[in-house]
Design a protein around this ligand. Sequence first.
Ligand code: ATP
Length: 329
Amino acid sequence: MDITLIKGDGIGEEIAASVINITDALNADINWDIQTAGMDVIESEGSPLPMRVLESVRRNKIALKTPVTTPIGKGFRSVNVQLRKELDLYANLRPCYNLPSVKTRFDNVDIVVVRENTEDLYAGIERQVDENTAESIKIITRKASERISKFAFDYAVKNNRKEVCVVTKANICKLSDGLFLNSAREISNKYPNIRFREILVDNCCMQLVQNPNQFDVLLLPNLYGDIVSDLCAGLVGGLGIAQGANIGEDYAVFEPVHGSAPDIAGKDIANPTAILLSEAEMFNYIGNIQAGNQLKDAVLKTLRDGIKTADLGGNYSCSKFTKEIIARL
Ligand code: ATP
């Protein structure tokens, strides 16, 4: 099967090598359609996300993506945001759960963050009002709010989850977050077997760092979803292990939550766990459950054996950690 592998920059290169080597060893019948994106292709192709990358994902329907740097301030539009918009990948799914031998403050955390991926402040509608004032527009529509709510409830049903908790600031953003909340309420009525809960985002953050075990599936608009999912990643061991997926009607792009981490790029110390768990989820999504289980089991077994990269307190390089996973496939 042809699958697009979007190779970004920063630690993207190192973790892409890990993916390619491990997938070769898996024998999963995958043919990577490798597409480079990001800082390195701006000079040669004039854009961090050349059309050929989008065409490849449209052709193959499924992609695994390593991080791509978004330059801060002026410059190009975020590749991540652009990909999600162009392919209408409206649901961002980020499961956060404890992994073996990764020491964290809480045990038995098992939260799935479902984040709306196409609108809110990420619609990119900003303007400079005058020299001293800038404004960003927060867009929330009923259509997008209902479909992400439906996605969260369907996910809960399919994965034997008990509760969906919608997270907003509807007491302040009464119209925009109010619309998101009302849409979630309406959709919840169609799922009598899933408990429905509402919480304000500030309280949610406090509750998460005090008692994360109370949460099951969290449903959030784009900006709160971005922030809260990093918080949840921190609860279970940090960005190096946090997997993610962007899912739409026609396409799905699997990717780690973390960015290109320029501070550690090129040093062979990045943790590839997040992208490998994202890849395992990708296998499950395309129905290759055997490859998904084989890959996830090998990663967990490696961690259980105390083999860890520096971000988790270990001393294995990215490439040595990769070899240990291959040995356990
Ligand atoms: P973005 O805005 O693109 O999400 P960011 O600047 O918020 O990126 P990341 O690149 O995601 O930040 O990473 C933040 C820090 O976490 C990095 O500087 C790095 O030290 C650490 N980190 C992220 N991913 C990994 C990883 N896979 N392995 C080890 N450390 C990581």
